[in-house]
Design a protein around this ligand. Structure first.
Ligand SMILES: [Zn+2]
Length: 604
């Protein structure tokens, strides 16, 4: 129990209950009236831009830069108003005036946004020849990537009448099928023993320490998935065919290309990620073999995977936790630690749990002319220490990227976790170093490994399933329920080897996953973001302090370039599987430490 602070230090420290943010400065201390003032100004300025309508193609680079600066100013005003309304609401969602302000702000922001929509549309319609010299001019440097990215779908756009027909028909086509699927799955009820519960709850019982409960819950889920299976398979088949024809019409090479374009990730970098992760499927297999031993089983079954193996009841005072996180950041970069301290000292964090407060944790970037905020629901558990480090990582990224301005502060999805997972990993190392008791070390490592496996390996196995069904539909036609089950089991067995028994009942569990239906291809993004951050961390481990300045430069670039260009800032190549293997080495090392801790704790 080395993780509790010395009482003397905790006594003089603030407790989490006192850690509340001050968001008044977003609106000059004027509260809701300040929100309306900002929106009034944004609306007036937006009205004034109406004179540009139909004339975007006539603007020289100077006038276009002027227009973009004005547009940036308007989005700052709206962002400030929206941030205040959203954050004020987040700390007490049960308070009607807060809900009303939030709704009013959203409505007014949407109205202003649609008034300005013509700028995006006219910009996208300009020819490449017209646009190239404009984008090359440094007067547009502050919004260059934004403007270029806004045109990335151009090669895949069809003529305007065709686009209009596709959009109209999607309402009764793909969108309607996706909605039917979610209506069907949301009514699924699971029976476990004499209890009836929603699917989510049935699935959550798989974490039970009691194997009988897990086995019964799994049987209940399988039984609940059986009715309507043919209908859900038909919906899936229809959407697979719909996507195949749309990809053909729009000239996308392969089923994943349009998703990669959304994520600004090259096909090569996604292939490299998948290849690297599949190449290290020994990691989940070793973990599940160790886990079987910890649970006293010869082999895990699929329903044992979520069972918790080790618990620790360590309690962390806010003072100790925040010092630990700051120390961790300082060990890496004093500059980052100093910024992180501002979050803590200058009331940029709202920590305590309160009735009506939004659950979970997040970082709000707000706007470049202000600073970010972090919301937590502090329960003084070890997990909370890592969450603090994680959200502060997002906060540091947002803070350092303020100089990019409103168009380039935020990163694309695939880079959004770079600083958060990095900070979490540094802090994890600190926590582990100060934890001597083998049972506590095992608990700490087990929790981290389960998270890595869920985020990296499981998502890639799901991506392999998606790849198989999209390919099968395109090459061989409609899939039977049995074929879906076969491909689902194949993808699982490929990842799990003989470390986990994939039971016959598990073969239908593809049939409730909403991502496959609503956002095809999406799941790899979780693995991409997590492993990218770990692989960048690996570079730091290998290169030491000389790496730090380039990393800070990467963060301060925000979203001003594509993920691959930003990777070059720290000297890595995202299209090289070797880069991604680096992050997996970190997970491998955690696994080795867990094996050792299990031995030391006498659990083997
Ligand atoms: Zn995050």
């Amino acid at each position: 129990m080395t993780t509790t602070a010395s009482p003397a230090r905790d006594d003089q420290d603030r407790t989490a209950a006192e850690v509340a943010w001050d968001i008044g400065s977003l609106v000059d201390g004027k509260g809701a009236a300040g929100v309306d003032e900002l929106l009034d100004e944004a609306a007036t300025r937006a009205d004034a831009l109406a004179s540009y309508r139909g004339r975007l193609g006539e603007l020289d680079v100077g006038r276009l830069a002027e227009l973009m600066h004005e547009l940036g100013h308007i989005s700052e005003l709206i962002g400030r108003a929206g941030s205040y309304a959203g954050l004020w609401f987040a700390v007490d969602t049960s308070d009607p005036p807060r809900g009303a302000l939030m709704a009013r702000t959203e409505e007014r922001a949407t109205a202003i946004g649609s008034e300005l929509l013509f700028i995006d549309l006219e910009w996208a319609a300009l020819s490449d020849e017209h646009v190239a010299p404009l984008l090359a001019d440094d007067a547009l440097g502050f919004c260059r990537h934004h403007l270029a990215a806004a045109r990335r779908y151009r090669p895949h756009l069809l003529t305007e009448p065709v686009e209009r027909v596709l959009a109209d028909k999607a309402v009764t086509g793909s969108s309607a099928w996706a909605r039917l699927f979610s209506e069907l799955t949301s009514t699924i009820e699971v029976e476990v023993g004499s209890e009836t519960m929603p699917l989510e709850e049935g699935l959550s019982r798989l974490a039970s320490p009691d194997r009988d409960v897990r086995e019964q819950s799994a049987a209940g889920v399988t039984a609940a998935l059986a009715p309507g299976l043919r209908t859900r398979a038909f919906v899936f088949n229809t959407l697979l065919a719909d996507k195949a024809s749309e990809d053909r019409l729009r000239h996308y090479d392969g089923w994943l290309a349009s998703r990669n374009l959304d994520n600004e990730a090259s096909d090569e970098s996604v292939d490299a990620l998948v290849q690297a992760v599949v190449g290290r499927y020994d990691i989940p297999q070793r973990w599940y073999r160790l886990k079987a031993q910890l649970l006293g089983l010869d082999q895990l079954a699929d329903f044992d995977r979520m069972a918790s193996v080790a618990k620790s009841e360590d309690v962390f005072g806010w003072g100790h936790a925040s010092e630990l996180v700051l120390d961790a950041y300082r060990s890496f970069s004093p500059e980052l630690a100093d910024i992180a301290r501002k979050f803590i000292d200058e009331h940029w964090i709202d920590a305590p749990m309160r009735p009506g407060k939004r659950p979970g944790a997040f970082c709000a970037y707000t706007v470049p002319s202000h600073h970010p905020y972090v919301l937590l629901n502090w329960t003084a558990r070890r997990r909370d220490v890592l969450t603090l480090a994680h959200e502060l990582g997002h906060g540091l990224h947002a803070y350092l990227a303020r100089g990019q301005g409103v168009f380039h502060q935020s990163t694309p999805l695939t880079l959004a976790e770079t600083a958060s997972v990095f900070g979490e990993t540094v802090t994890f190392g600190r926590l582990l170093a100060e934890t001597e008791d083998p049972a506590d070390r095992l608990a700490l490592l087990a929790e981290s490994l389960e998270g890595q496996i869920a985020t990296v390996f499981r998502q890639i196995a799901m991506n392999r399933f998606e790849d198989a069904v999209h390919t099968d539909r395109r090459e061989r036609g409609e899939l039977s329920v049995e074929r879906f089950g076969e491909l689902w089991a194949d993808a699982q067995v490929e990842m799990l080897g003989d470390s986990v028994e994939v039971t016959p009942g598990y073969r239908t569990w593809w049939s409730y996953v909403p991502h496959f239906i609503a956002t095809p291809g999406y799941v790899y993004a979780y693995a991409y973001g997590q492993l990218l951050a770990l692989s960048v961390y690996r570079e730091y481990e290998e290169r030491g302090t000389e790496f730090v300045p380039s990393y800070l430069e990467l963060l301060s670039r925000g979203g001003s370039a594509s993920p691959e260009e930003l990777g070059q800032v720290v000297g890595v190549d995202l299209a090289d599987p070797g880069f991604w293997v680096g992050g997996l080495a970190i997970v491998d090392a955690q696994l080795a430490a867990a094996e050792q801790a299990a031995k030391d704790a006498g659990r083997l």
